[in-house]
Design a protein around this ligand. Structure first.
Ligand code: ADP
Ligand code: MG
Length: 230
C-alpha cells in the first residue's frame, strides 16, 4: 500500500492535472468537430458519410471516457456515506458489467459471502470496482473468465477480481496507477488512478498480483462497518 500511496503523493497538483486533461479532452473534440463539419459536403458517398460519422463518434467516446475518469478523481470526498450491503452491491455491479463482458466473450463467475457491510458511497464503490473489472475484461482480447469474490477477512471485507488475461510485468505493475500510463490504443491511463484514489478515501488497501500470460488479481480490502462486527 505504501507504494500506492507514494504514487498518489507524486501526482501532479490538481491544477496541472486539470490543464492536461482539458488538453486530452480538447483533442478528440477537435477531431469530432472536424469530421462533423465534413458531413456538410453535399456530394459525399454513403460510405464516406458513415466513415466520418464513425470517426466523430469514436472521438466523442474518447472525450467522454476521459471526463468520466477524471471527474471521479477530482472529487474523491466521501459525501453521502451509507451502510452498503456488499453482497447486493456486487450483484448490481455484476449486472452492470455483464453486457460488456458478454461483448468480449468473457464469462463472469461470482463467489459472494453474505452479511458483509461497509460504510461508504455507493457510486464511488461502483466506479472503483467497475474500473477494475473493465481492465480485467480488456486484458482478455480472446475472451476468458472473470472471477469476482467477496469474503470476510477479520475486520475487513475483501473483494477480489481475477482475470485470465495477458497479465503485467514488474515494470507495468510499477507504473500502473500513474496518471496517463496506458498500454491501450484509446486508453486514458486514468482508471486505476481513480481506483487507488477511491480506495484511499475509504481507508482501504489494494493488492495486485499478476503474471504475464496467466492473468491478474486485484484485491480490495475495506474496513467493515460496525453493523457487521456486532
Ligand atoms: P486504461 O484502462 O485506460 O489503459 P487504467 O489506468 O485503467 O487505464 O490502466 C492502466 C494500464 O494498466 C492498462 O493500460 C494496462 O496496461 C494495465 N492494467 C490494468 N489492469 C490490468 C489487468 N487486469 N490486466 C492487464 N493489464 C492491466
Ligand atoms: Mg482502464
Amino acid at each position: 500500500l505504501n507504494n500506492e500511496l507514494d504514487k498518489l503523493e507524486k501526482l501532479k497538483t490538481v491544477s496541472e492535472l486539470a490543464a492536461s486533461i482539458s488538453h486530452e479532452v480538447r483533442n478528440p473534440l477537435t477531431v469530432a468537430k472536424g469530421f462533423l463539419q465534413l458531413l456538410k459536403e453535399p456530394n459525399l458517398t454513403d460510405q464516406d458519410r458513415t466513415h466520418y460519422l464513425n470517426i466523430a463518434v469514436d472521438a466523442l467516446n474518447q472525450a467522454e471516457s476521459r471526463i468520466t475518469d477524471y471527474l471521479t478523481f477530482a472529487k474523491p470526498s466521501l459525501e453521502n456515506i451509507k451502510i452498503l450491503d456488499l453482497h447486493q452491491e456486487l450483484i448490481y455491479i455484476e449486472k452492470f458489467i455483464g453486457p460488456y463482458a458478454a461483448m468480449n466473450n468473457v464469462q463472469i463467475e461470482v463467489q459472494l459471502e453474505e452479511d458483509i457491510y461497509i460504510a461508504g458511497e455507493d457510486q464511488k464503490l461502483h466506479q472503483c470496482l467497475i474500473n477494475i473489472m473493465k481492465n480485467g475484461i480488456e486484458s482478455m482480447p480472446q475472451g476468458g473468465k472473470l472471477l469476482i469474490e467477496l469474503r470476510r477477512v477479520g475486520d475487513n471485507a475483501m473483494i477480489t477480481v481475477t482475470d485470465t488475461g495477458i497479465g503485467m510485468d514488474e515494470e507495468q505493475l510499477e507504473r500502473m496507477g500513474s496518471p496517463f500510463f496506458t498500454t491501450k490504443d484509446i486508453g486514458t491511463g486514468l482508471g486505476t488512478m481513480v481506483v487507488y484514489s477511491i480506495v484511499k478515501t475509504m481507508r482501504g488497501e489494494i493488492t495486485v498480483k499478476s503474471e504475464i500470460g496467466k492473468g491478474t488479481s486485484f484485491s480490495v480490502l475495506l474496513p467493515l462497518a460496525e453493523i457487521s462486527l456486532s
